[in-house]
Design a protein. Sequence first.
Length: 346
Amino acid sequence: MNTRMVKQIAGIDVAQKELVVTIGRMDESWTAELYGYKVFPNTAKGFALLLDWVKNKSIPDLPFRFVMEATGVYHESLAYYLDEQQQAVTIVLPNKISNYARTLDIKTVTDKTASEAICRFGLERKLSDWKRPHPVYKRLRQLTRERDQVIQSRTVAKNQLHAETSEAEPYDQSIARINQQIALLDKQEKQIKEEIADMIKQYPEIKAVVELLCSVPGIGVLTAVTILGETNGFELVRNKRQISSYAGLDIQEKQSGTSVKGKPRISKRGNKHLRKSLHLPALAAIRHCERFKAIFTRLVSKHGIKMKAAVAIQRKLLEIVYTVFKTKCRYDNNYLNKQHEIVAHQ
């Protein structure tokens, strides 16, 4: 008697130039079987070959799902292609897959074993459909990253200018060229900021979200649009713990028994652009908001490390921004006091 199949999945490990694919299925007794493996180029032609291969290998009339990690930008073209072909797609945060892979008996980590882990994850978990993000989020990510690169280049140019002018015999023509570079970079940054402002005005729903996020202490327009762009409007995030992990602001601890105990530290295994965007807002929140100032002071008095306390504020800010986005309620600095008053009067 043949066992009825209930699920079939393609687990895809996405790299810059190739797609490493493992396909598997699960029967009604919840037994998983991996039965196909192939590598395709990460190009439009490779996408079509992948889809044809999967159609030939899969069971007709049984829903099929493609599962992949959110690997920078390399997975996006494939996800958009599959969505256009009306295929079921799930995109998972990388930390979810890596945590799951640790539970498997994998001795050597390769692209093949990574795709197998993604496939098994898809077979064993209940997955939600990926939805194409609002087009403005992608454009905001491109613009905020471009602005960040412009600012970095301008910092290098200003440091070079300082070095040139501090020499015993400065060379006027070199100084003039550096000043021209700085002026050009200033102009480019201004243009980018204007494009961001124009884009927000074009989409009233995005403008409303940005204004909502700016109610959080320390969060300005540029930080708000950076967070929205880097998270695609929190499209893959389901809770506060996930957003901290996605930014690489989650805490890692190494402890075994009484003999091995490492210092807790942030993982930094996340979106560096998102993490970087929260540095100055955290400092502003500490300076100008009594609540965050009190948290910062308490943490510094506990372990004496200011930078560690500042990172904790970054994580707190990001979690609050996520909560504000999900609840569609403006940040209320007196929220906790109001809750205490409600409890006291009950």
